[in-house]
Every structure is written in structure tokens, then in C-alpha cells.
Design a protein around this ligand. Structure first.
Ligand SMILES: *Cc1c(COP(=O)(O)O)cnc(C)c1O
Length: 496
């Protein structure tokens, strides 16, 4: 069967995955979805015998079938090469009675690398084989980790540029330095005065602005997205759910077809949605546990069926999850409504006009068949970091700790449970150190890194400790209403 993608809000325009990846977001503001996902299940015994590369080829081949097998194979080989510090790519290790899926072994030390080492390669191939030779400017709003991962993935990739906006003062020292020290002739970085939701909302406006699009097209340039609304971001993340399962089967921990639970520290709902796709593709998933920080809009949604973004925004120690509008939820609503574009459109209209929507009883029931939820505030998160270090000798970051806190608060349902570890603890050294009971007052990000190394006898990843001597190349901070002009200037400079 020929696989096509269309918007969550309308089935009128049907495109191949290459076009969906090049475009990023559907023209009507919806997200690209396919009705054919899961019509063929992946073969579990094969998955369990495969290494990471082979599993990535299987997953990508199944969800992006207009790419040839050779194209996929070369993307996989390039994306998961020696820029990773382990050939396992995403190793699954012991976490007390549970398991830790370590997703931070890539070049920028957060799970975003799994997708963002892949997306530029998928985009390059799409550009050459389906893209009219146009330049692609990647436009990204980041709560901290996506920005660097996108910059690293796209730097100096031919025919592409990348512009990143981060909320000034709302990312960690190390996160900011990772971005503002980025090299490459095709990169642009700016802080904005506002929070992540402000940045994301304005990026969506820029995408939807036809006058901007016209002016860029006159310079042979189109905009695309590296946010997890891009299909090319979502699909690579499906691989590690299968691969983690394969690792547990090979270790004799679960038997073939036995269900496992995943607990996912969640912000924009991209990571946990990939787990849902894995389930649809045949992975034996019990429960997907959506773990939130104090910005617990998803906890309330899964508990009550009402999504309400009208609430105070909390700046927490897990900033990559400080999100009140979880974009990828729209894709789940599409599937749970059994493909009812009109209903999804009405929810999204309510969200933007009234600030909230309430799903039907049927959708809520289907949601609860697979998803469960919980949240942890900063205190609980710190206590979990301390406990995990003291009891297990395992150092986890502030985002992973939200997941672990939520897992620890749940009754065990008898299934093996895998907690996704989404960042290296050294990306958030100050808050991790503070959780371990140390004074951090007066210490900068690097002093915290040194102290964390000293007291835990572990080592910071070289790509983070090396930042202390890197030059800051991108000093820009702008207001929200200047973002659009910043993007156009970057396009003019990069694609001159
Ligand atoms: C992005 C991010 C998350 C949240 O992932 P979503 O796909 O947005 O739900 C969690 N932890 C870390 C470290 C992240 O960078």
C-alpha cells in the first residue's frame, strides 16, 4: 500500500513522507499524520535479533516508505556513527527494580540527538529527490535541548540553514553556551524575551505568514521545522522503544510478547507519542506513563479529559519540560478520534480561542487504555535525584528524575518498567548538585560540573566540559515581534 501523510485537520492534501518532512507543518496549521501506520506490524523476533542500526532501518522503512532502502541505510549509518559514545546508541541499564533507557549518549547529551542526527539526513535526501532544489531554512523554538541538537545536526549541511530561538534566562548555563558557541556558516541563534510557549507560538505564526513565505520563495527558500511537530523528528524516536524491548528480551528479562511499561518525562508530547507509534506498530506496550513537572497540564488532561492551558507558567529545574501547549498531543487526538479531522480542528480552535477543550468520553476512554500520568514538583525531583544516587549509585538528571519520581509513586503492576533517561546529569550540573545537598551559591555552571565530578567520581562528557573555552558567537536577544525579521535576515545572509 502506498503510504500518504495528511494534516490532522483535513484529509484534502495527501503527500509522501519526503514532502511532509520538507514542509514540517501542514499548510492549515495541523500536523502530518498517516492513516496507514500500523497496517503492517513489525516482526518482533526479527527486532529482538537486530542491532540498533537494523532496527532503525526497519522502523524508518516502515514509516517513510517513499525513501529507498539505500537512502534509509545511508541515513542510518551517518546518524548513528561514532558521534555517539556507545555503539548500542541507546543502552538500557538497571535502575533498581526498573530499567533506564539511556538516550543521552549523542553529541549534545540529550535524547533529541536520536532524532536530530537523523532529520538533516532525511531532509537532504528529500531535498535532492523531491524538493525542487530549494534552500530549506529550519526554524526552531527550543526550551533548551532541541536548539543545540538541531544546530549540531544541521550545521553546514548543504542547502539548509538553521535558526534557533530560545527563551532568554530560562535555559541552563550549559544549554545557553551550547547554543551560542555553535559554529557553522548556516546557523543563526537568538534569545527571546518570553518563555518557550511565546517562542513556539511566534514560530507557528511565522510559518503561517504568507507574506514571509512569498518573500523567501523569491530567494528560492522555504521554511521547515526541526521541532517534534516534524514527522522526521518523531519517526526516529520510535526505534528506541523497540530496541529497548529487544535488549530486555536478549537479557532474558522479558519473554517475547510480554508487555512492558514505559515512563516518559514529557513536555511537547513528542517522545511519548513515539511510544504510542511503537505500540501501533506492534510493540507489546502495557502503559505509557506521562510524567510531568509542576507544569502538569497533561496530568490534568489525562485525569479529567479537559486540556486547559490557562494556568500559571512555572519555571522549574527541568526546563525542557516547561511547556503548557503540548503540540504533539494533536496527533494522538487524531488517532484516538479515529481520524475525525473536524473534531480535532474544533478542539484546536477551542484551545486557541478559549484556552481549553474537553474531549469526548470515547476519546478519554481510549486515552486511558494506554496512557497513565503523574507529576513531580521540584522538591520531589530533587529528593529523587538524591535517593537514586544514595540507594543505587546512579546519577540522573532533573528531567529523568521527574520520570523516576512518578514511577516510584506508582503501585507496581507486575510488568517490567522502563524509565526514559532524557539528558546527561552534566547538562544540569547546578540543579543536580543542589539536589545532592551541596551549596551552589556563587558557583558558575563549570564550577558545578567540576564539583559534581569530584563528589560522584563520574566524568562530565567532553563536549560539555569543553564549552568553557569556546567563544560566544551569537549574542542576540530580541523581542517576540522581531523574530520574523530575524529569520528573514538570516535567510538573506545564509542563502545570499
Ligand atoms: C525535550 C525534552 C523532554 C521532553 O520531550 P518531549 O518530546 O517534548 O515530550 C524531556 N527531557 C529532556 C531532557 C528534553 O530535552
Amino acid at each position: 500500500m502506498e503510504m500518504r501523510y495528511h494534516s490532522t485537520r483535513s484529509k484534502d492534501v495527501q503527500v509522501f513522507s519526503k514532502e511532509a518532512i520538507l514542509t514540517g507543518i501542514a499548510p492549515d496549521g495541523g500536523l502530518f499524520v498517516s492513516d496507514q501506520i500500523g497496517s503492517a506490524k513489525l516482526d518482533l523476533p526479527t527486532i529482538c535479533a537486530n542491532d540498533y542500526h537494523a532496527n532503525a532501518r526497519l522502523v524508518l522503512g516502515s514509516l517513510l516508505p517513499d525513501y529507498t532502502a539505500d537512502e534509509i541505510a545511508s541515513c542510518v549509518a551517518g546518524a548513528y556513527g561514532d558521534q555517539w559514545d556507545t555503539t548500542a546508541i541507546t543502552p538500557t541499564t538497571k535502575l533498581g527494580n526498573d530499567w533506564l533507557l539511556e538516550l543521552y549518549h549523542g553529541p549534545t547529551c540529550a535524547f533529541k540527538d536520536v532524532a536530530l542526527q537523523m532529520l538533516p539526513r532525511l531532509m537532504s535526501v528529500a531535498r535532492k529527490t523531491a524538493g525542487n532544489g530549494r534552500n530549506v531554512m529550519i526554524l526552531t523554538a527550543t526550551s533548551g535541548d532541541t536548539g543545540k541538537a538541531a544546530l549540531d545536526g544541521f550545521a553546514d549541511v548543504e542547502g539548509t540553514g538553521v535558526t534557533v530561538f530560545y527563551p532568554d534566562g530560562k535555559v541552563s548555563d550549559v544549554q545557553r553556551l551550547q547554543m551560542v558557541t555553535q559554529r557553522g556558516a548556516n546557523v543563526a541563534v537568538a534569545g527571546i524575551r518570553g518563555n518557550f510557549d511565546d517562542a513556539q507560538t511566534e514560530v507557528k505564526h511565522i510559518f503561517a505568514d504568507e507574506r514571509v513565505a512569498e518573500r523567501l520563495l523569491a530567494n528560492n527558500t522555504v521554511l521547515s521545522s526541526a521541532n517534534s511537530i516534524n514527522v522526521g523528528r518523531l519517526v526516529p524516536q520510535v526505534t528506541y522503544y523497540f530496541d529497548a524491548y529487544a535488549q530486555l528480551v536478549r537479557a532474558g528479562v522479558v519473554s517475547l510478547d510480554e508487555k512492558v511499561d514505559f515512563c516518559v518525562p514529557t513536555g511537547n508530547f513528542g517522545d511519548v507519542l513515539a511510544g504510542y507509534y511503537a505500540k501501533v506498530l506492534g510493540l507489546p506496550v502495557g502503559t505509557l506513563i506521562v510524567a510531568s513537572n509542576a507544569n502538569n497540564v497533561l496530568t490534568d488532561f489525562i485525569s479529567t479529559g479537559t486540556y486547559d492551558r490557562r494556568r500559571p507558567f512555572h519555571k522549574t529545574i527541568s526546563p525542557s519540560m516547561d511547556i503548557l501547549v503540548s503540540s504533539n498531543l494533536e496527533r494522538l487526538l487524531y488517532y484516538l478520534s479515529e481520524g475525525d479531522c473536524e473534531l480535532v480542528s474544533s478542539y484546536m480552535a477551542d484551545l486557541s480561542n478559549k484556552g481549553s477543550y474537553t474531549v469526548s468520553k470515547a476519546i478519554l476512554e481510549r486515552l486511558r487504555d494506554t496512557f497513565s500520568c503523574g507529576f513531580a514538583n521540584d522538591d520531589a525531583t530533587r529528593q529523587t535525584i538524591l535517593r537514586t544516587w544514595d540507594d543505587l549509585g546512579i546519577l540522573i538528571d532533573t528531567h529523568t528524575a521527574v520520570g523516576k519520581a512518578v514511577l516510584d509513586a506508582r503501585a507496581h503492576e507486575g510488568r517490567q518498567r522502563i524509565c526514559l533517561a532524557t539528558a546527561s546529569p552534566y547538562k544540569f550540573s547546578a540543579d543536580v548538585l543542589c539536589a545532592l545537598g551541596r551549596q551552589i551559591e556563587g558557583l558558575d555552571g563549570f564550577a558545578c560540573m567540576d564539583e559534581l565530578e569530584r563528589i560522584t567520581q563520574t566524568s562530565a562528557p567532553a563536549q560539555l566540559s569543553g564549552l568553557r573555552s569556546a567563544a560566544e558567537l551569537h549574542p542576540n536577544v530580541c523581542d517576540r515581534d522581531k523574530m520574523s525579521a530575524f529569520v528573514e535576515d538570516a535567510c538573506a545572509r545564509i542563502f545570499a
